[in-house]
Design a protein around this ligand. Structure first.
Ligand code: PGA
Length: 255
């Protein structure tokens, strides 16, 4: 059964710079989440700040990792394993974010990370998205390839763990060319579901959660959730501002 609560994810990226600040933002978000019922909130801090959840007894606020390595353990300087993240209570891991892809993560690497994440019983937030759009629809083949390679070897029964985050690269961050529209998201959601239905079946395509990310803010959040029918949102910059992120959470909880 599909979870109908909206999934709101904070991707803090390489912010904030101190553990004190991280604790403050996390505490404020946890207070907001406490009073909301129909919404699932995940915070993905930088790895050194994963301890913040230990201090709060709020089971409603979930913890996520921003990336992971696919090997179990060993000589991999700078990497973290699924077990380490799980040990901190991580339930979701962002895999294939465009900023990781820009650092060299290939579709094959992302696939290995997705498989390792599922194996650890953690939910991958599988990010896909084109660099730019073109009038011939080449970007659609690009998206299709990302999905096919990323989910290679993922079985039907494992698909329930996957969340797909559609994040057009041109709409992400302070250098975004422009915001995406809810209609653009909706069209892409249909396209993604068609690919999943062809790879698996209609039920899996129906049930999979497809969320939107890229310059989400309190002003555009509800249009992506309502008109765009997004199952949730992946929020970058505005997730570091507890007021703004709080209003996105409250909006999502009323839908
Ligand atoms: P942004 O980042 O909200 O700052 O555009 C989104 C993301 O990269 O996940």
């Amino acid at each position: 059964m599909k979870d109908t609560n909206k999934l709101i994810i904070a991707n803090w990226k390489m912010n904030p710079q101190t553990k004190k600040e991280a604790e403050v933002i996390f505490n404020k978000i946890s207070i907001i989440v406490k009073s909301q019922k129909r919404v699932e909130v995940v915070v993905c801090p930088p790895h050194p700040f994963l301890f913040i959840k230990d201090k709060i007894k709020n089971i409603k606020l979930h913890l996520g990792g921003q990336d992971v390595f696919f090997e179990k353990e060993g000589s991999y300087t700078g990497e973290v394993s699924t077990s380490m993240l799980k040990n901190f209570g991580v339930e979701y891991i962002i895999v294939g974010h465009s900023e990781r892809r820009a650092q060299g993560d290939s579709n094959q690497t992302i696939n290995k990370k997705i498989l390792a994440t599922i194996k650890a019983s953690i939910n991958p937030i599988f990010c896909i998205g084109e660099q730019k759009r073109d009038n011939n629809g080449f970007y659609l083949s690009f998206i299709k390839e990302q999905i096919h390679s990323g989910l290679y070897g993922v079985t039907k029964s494992q698909m329930g763990k996957i969340v797909i985050a559609y994040e057009p690269v041109w709409a992400i961050g302070s250098n975004a060319i422009r915001e995406a529209t809810p209609v653009e998201f909706m069209e892409m959601k249909i396209f993604i579901k068609k690919i999943i239905a062809d790879m698996y079946d209609i039920k899996i395509a129906n049930d999979i959660r497809i969320i939107y990310g890229g310059s989400v803010n309190p002003l555009n959040a509800s249009s992506f959730l309502k008109e765009g029918e997004a199952d949730g949102l992946l929020v970058g910059r505005d997730s570091l501002n507890s007021k703004k992120f709080g209003s996105i959470i409250s909006l999502a909880a009323t839908l």
